[in-house]
Design a protein around this ligand. Structure first.
Ligand SMILES: *[C@@H]1O[C@H](CO)[C@@H](O)[C@H](O)[C@H]1NC(C)=O
Ligand SMILES: *[C@@H]1O[C@H](CO)[C@@H](O)[C@H](O)[C@H]1NC(C)=O
Ligand SMILES: *[C@@H]1O[C@H](CO)[C@@H](O)[C@H](O)[C@H]1NC(C)=O
Ligand SMILES: *[C@@H]1O[C@H](CO)[C@@H](O)[C@H](O)[C@H]1NC(C)=O
Ligand SMILES: *[C@@H]1O[C@H](CO)[C@@H](O)[C@H](O)[C@H]1NC(C)=O
Ligand SMILES: *[C@@H]1O[C@H](CO)[C@@H](O)[C@H](O)[C@H]1NC(C)=O
Ligand SMILES: *[C@@H]1O[C@H](CO)[C@@H](O)[C@H](O)[C@H]1NC(C)=O
Ligand SMILES: *[C@@H]1O[C@H](CO)[C@@H](O)[C@H](O)[C@H]1NC(C)=O
Length: 702
């Protein structure tokens, strides 16, 4: 601390005024930075802004740890020291409490939600009850009586908080040491005793999360454009990349319709979200589905070489589906505009793997669209698909059932294809109507929810290999999916015994995607320069803004790309240089294949990793909403979600003196400053008299 600064002097005076306080502890408690916090940020669509933000200089409030809903009275009306910064235990993070605070936001400076280590048993979902209701296939014009979840509410636990707008900051706090410090500070200083006002100094919290963008996407994109000479971006479109591959490679430079080609599309979604920015675990919501599809792709690897089916199979992993189907709507758009290797006419049928990790009993459900099935020829193809799925499940440990005929499709990428044309399709899921998922799009949809428990005493490498019951169950589902795809592609049923998903691979994927991405398998799969993506924690599945910020690809996308390449591609003998430029070689072509250099493993008798070049048909395709491609920022057909930019995000706690006292302190501080200026002026002007021997006239700095 600069001893010359008046701040120090005023603090001395504060200490002197408050002899009862131990000055050291005040100084120590001043500004404890909270590091395990995540804010809720502002997102915008064509018509609204949602999320949270602080004022430009951050919001400060006196801490109040809420103990019950009734206790809200203190921060909202009776407490004498507004505004308040409310600390919520997770059971109190409800719609009712949040909306009461939203409506009294003058007295609320902000909210910090403590995220516990154990999930709430009754369930929690901050998402809407009817996810993506305006951008699916059902509308006034298409199955009007099925639109807006009229017949089936998919996410009945959804409280919609993720789609509200709050004009105060909301942060999450991990339940840990820091949360204890905060509570201790509250109980020592702020807790109202006998409902009498607590005395100053009080413990306060400051949250910074000021957001640059306002109003809606059109407004902020216009501002982006205005400032485009000196780019001062206000917001960026949400988006990343889809991952896709085919069992027979296509020349990726030849786009549009392919004559005499029919393709079975196998789809799953990659992303997830939660109330807070960038914390999205999506265990059941997305990972159960895409891990199953990855395992199915692996199960088909051998048989599609030995006994290739007539039709091709396209695996597609869609990004940004949580935000009005960014990835699937982009692929449909590209297919319609001859910007993809096939077009919609080439698609024979679609099998989508939805949430399949939380089964009740032994049931899986086959969802299809009653509207397109009212056309007899589409219905026939769907019936055949359902029959193929049942054949594929024969001898496995579960039963496949169809919901009642009048039920619409659950929210799914298939809906975006049906918007374009009546393609036969089925969505596989573990729920009949409402989701089994109690934690849809929330921070609690995590490894614990999928029962990824390991025997005590296993080290990380042993855990990676340990086959959990969940992995075995998902491997069975993957076997069924793989067999059904093979049959859909006109493969021979006699090959079914050769199509078996490997529970070992499923367990490794679940461990890497949900427990610890920095494991030996993921390390071996990635290029050396990508290893910093791996963390001792799972990756986050929020789609983010990687596309326009020109930063690298989202971590889950990268991982799925490399795993799919490992599971379906071939290790080649190309060296690192020819891996980057394989076109000079015979039988190699970047038009047909993609080439990834991976760092591999350390051989048993060696000391260094042995990298190699993997050839596969795995590609990335832009998952940026067509609304941004077309400049239609008010589009109602395509996702228009953008994320605001911000300068910085910060949270800290400290002790505040009362407002009056602060004013007094400031006054005293100003007085001291003036006095000291006068003194120094006096001293320096009389310096030649006072320090007659030392000074040279021109050298005085004051
Ligand atoms: C967070 O803060 C605590 C104590 O304030 C400190 O021990 C810890 O190292 C910090 N963590 C990080 C990641 O900075
Ligand atoms: C934008 O988001 C809000 C809040 O979820 C929603 O009510 C509105 O319908 C959305 N607008 C469009 C055009 O999708
Ligand atoms: C609260 O009130 C009770 C009874 O009126 C009294 O005994 C107690 O000391 C008070 N506590 C404080 C902290 O003032
Ligand atoms: C792929 O298509 C491009 C562009 O038409 C062509 O130049 C190239 O020879 C093709 N490559 C293969 C392997 O078919
Ligand atoms: C997890 O374990 C609990 C208790 O054994 C069980 O009720 C639940 O169905 C399991 N969930 C999954 C996804 O296997
Ligand atoms: C049913 O769908 C097929 C294929 O999309 C179409 O050719 C046919 O005209 C439709 N039939 C009726 C009755 O709408
Ligand atoms: C896939 O990964 C495994 C384990 O690291 C490795 O043994 C195998 O060679 C890899 N295969 C391909 C095609 O990359
Ligand atoms: C390690 O063993 C492999 C196969 O046994 C052999 O080809 C290779 O040369 C050995 N490497 C070293 C460094 O000894």
């Amino acid at each position: 601390m600069d001893l010359g600064s008046p701040k120090w002097v005023t603090m001395l005076i504060v200490c002197w005024l408050y002899k009862s306080i131990n000055c050291n502890s005040v100084e120590q408690k001043i500004y404890v930075e909270l590091n395990n916090t995540v804010p809720c940020v502002r997102l915008l669509n064509a018509t609204h802004q949602i999320g949270c933000q602080s004022s430009l200089s951050g919001d400060v409030g006196v801490l109040h740890v809420l103990e019950s809903e009734a206790d809200l009275d203190w921060p909202l009306s009776s407490g004498p020291n507004p505004p308040y910064m409310v600390i919520l235990e997770s059971p109190l993070f409800t719609r009712s409490i949040m909306m009461k605070m939203k409506n009294a936001s003058r007295r609320i400076a902000g909210v910090a939600v403590v995220i516990p280590n154990a999930s709430p048993p009754q369930g929690f979902s901050p998402h809407t009850t009817c996810p993506n209701e305006n951008t699916g296939v059902y509308s006034e014009k298409y199955g009007a009586d099925l639109a807006n979840c009229n017949t089936t509410v998919w996410n009945p636990l959804g409280n919609g908080l993720s789609y509200e707008e709050f004009d105060f900051p909301i942060f999450s706090l991990k339940e840990d040491h820091q949360t204890e410090v905060i509570k201790q500070c509250y109980f020592q200083h702020n807790r109202p005793a006998n409902s009498s006002a607590p005395v100053y100094p009080l413990c306060a919290m400051q949250l910074y999360s000021h957001m640059h963008a306002v109003t809606d996407t059109a407004t902020c994109m216009r501002r982006n454009d205005i400032f485009s000479i000196n780019p001062e971006m206000m917001c960026d479109p949400l988006g990343d990349y889809n991952v896709w591959s085919t069992i027979r490679p296509y020349n990726n430079s030849v786009k549009g319709h392919k004559e005499n080609e029919t393709v079975v599309l196998a789809a799953a979604r990659l992303d997830s979200r939660s109330f807070f920015w960038d914390v999205a675990t999506g265990a059941e919501g997305s990972i159960s589905g895409f891990v199953t599809l990855l395992a199915a792709a692996q199960a088909l690897r051998e048989v599609t070489v030995v006994a290739p089916p007539t039709r091709n199979i396209l695996f597609a992993f869609f990004q940004g589906e949580a935000f009005d189907y960014i990835g699937s709507s982009r692929m449909v758009y590209d297919m319609e505009n001859n910007k993809f290797v096939i077009d919609l006419d080439n698609i024979h049928s679609i099998l989508e793997v939805g949430q399949v990790g939380v089964r009740t009993g032994s049931n899986l459900w086959l969802h299809s669209d009653p509207v397109s099935r009212s056309n007899a020829s589409v219905n026939t193809e769907v019936m055949e698909m359902l029959a193929n799925l049942r054949r594929a499940a024969a001898g496995l440990n579960f039963s496949l059932t169809e919901p009642t005929v009048s039920q619409p499709l659950p929210p799914s990428s298939l809906q975006r294809f049906l918007r374009a044309r009546p393609i036969p399709g089925v969505v596989l899921a573990d729920h009949q109507s409402a989701y089994n998922n109690k934690y849809y799009e929330s921070v609690y949809d995590n490894d614990a929810y999928l029962n990824l428990t390991y025997p005590a005493g296993l080290n990380p490498e042993e855990k990676l290999e340990f086959e959990t019951d969940t992995a075995k169950a998902l491997a069975e589902v993957a076997t069924m999916v793989a067999r059904a795809l093979y049959k859909q592609a006109d493969g021979d049923e006699a090959q079914f015994d050769n199509i078996v998903a490997d529970p070992k691979i499923v367990t490794q994927m679940l461990y890497g995607f949900l427990v610890k991405s920095d494991n030996s398998w993921f390390q071996a799969l990635l290029a050396p320069e990508l290893k910093s993506l791996l963390q001792p924690s799972p990756p986050e599945y929020y789609v983010g803004v990687t596309m326009s910020a020109n930063s690298a690809v989202n971590t889950p996308t990268r991982l799925v790309q490399h795993i799919l390449a490992n599971l379906t591609g071939n290790a080649t003998s190309l060296n690192q240089t020819s891996c980057q430029k394989p076109d000079d070689l015979e039988n190699e072509s970047k038009h047909l294949y993609s080439y990834l250099w991976v760092q591999g493993t350390v051989p048993p008798n060696g000391t260094e990793r042995e990298g190699f070049c993997v050839r596969s048909s795995v590609r990335l395709a832009k998952a940026l909403s067509p609304a941004f491609e077309l400049g239609e920022y008010s589009s109602s057909a395509y996702s228009t979600w953008t994320e605001s930019r911000w300068k910085f995000i910060k949270a800290r706690i400290f002790l505040v003196a009362s407002h009056d006292l602060e004013m007094l302190t400031l006054g005293v501080g100003v007085a001291v400053l003036l006095a000291s200026l006068l003194v120094t002026y006096f001293v320096s002007s009389k310096a030649d008299v006072l320090f007659s021997s030392a000074r040279e006239p021109g050298n005085a700095t004051y």
